[in-house]
Design a protein around this ligand. Sequence first.
Ligand code: NDP
Length: 328
Amino acid sequence: TRTPVNVTVTGAAGQIGYALLFRIASGHLLGADVPVKLRLLEIPQGLKAAEGTAMELDDSAFPLLRGIEITDDPNVAFDGANVALLVGARPRTKGMERGDLLSANGGIFKPQGKAINDNAADDIKVLVVGNPANTNALIAQAAAPDVPAERFTAMTRLDHNRAISQLARKTGAAVSDIRRLTIWGNHSATQYPDIFHAEIAGKNAAETVNDEAWLADTFIPTVAKRGAAIIEARGASSAASAANAALDHVYTWVNGTAEGDWTSMGIPSDGSYGVPEGIISSFPVTTKDGVYEIVQGLDINDFSRARIDASVKELQEERDAVRELGLI
Ligand code: NDP
């Protein structure tokens, strides 16, 4: 029998948390044979609701769930953590300036990064979901100097999944026939979903689509603005698909990408593809045995270059802003 994996979820009482926890407990984060212990971190006002969710987790009698602990203390929440899903964040409210948003989130992600540094297991893997995810991940990473920087990642898997789905719809292909799609840059409106290296049933996707106007005017904005479209349609945010993507991100990181395929993850840049070292930007990556690697040697055409550069510029501005605020 395997030792349970300690999984910490912050913002556990929120919408994404509610869609996430039951599937973690049923084996969709790590695998159907991996027992888990859950640690739920909430702010004091969220503790009672987290307890309610924990009651429902109990009532589901998940065979893989070996314990639930609820706390508002990051040092307790991350003690021995193997996987940390940082979901709780300060949302942008009306009239809020970017600086205010970044400092509010600095107040959350800096102490959490330090608590991870001081308490997590040696093999800790961190996924930041709470927005602005890339920069929140950078803040946490900077506060954890003893943890290898590459363990801090930000979620662009939802964008990746959305792009696959849009491409499948446009071409009539099955989602499972699509490989090698890439999200570059920031998880924001500037993100760039790239189909120039993608394949549909083994054929180049951009050539199959052969419609640059659709790419520029429909596909890219549809993927980038999907979150807003869902809020408009359902009157609530895309919590279930965000939770699903968080599971996909960690599952792929731990269990590997399929031969010949890759995925998209926000990761600290090593300078590949002209993305300045250190910023947390989305890249095409393969994963194996819990380690990811950037896919190298892709030709970047002018169409892609301009869009990658624009998103990377936004990430540099966010980094400069948190640097000025003393958060990194
Ligand atoms: P959600 O669970 O809906 O969202 C949490 C975060 O995920 C937000 O930053 C949100 O960004 C982000 N997110 C990323 N992708 C998506 C997506 N596709 N759709 C929706 N959200 C996405 O927020 P709730 O307000 O329901 O819950 C947040 C919880 O976090 C609360 O219970 C609060 O108490 C807790 N919290 C805990 C903290 C802690 O543990 N220290 C700190 C702060 C909050 P966006 O805002 O851009 O939608």
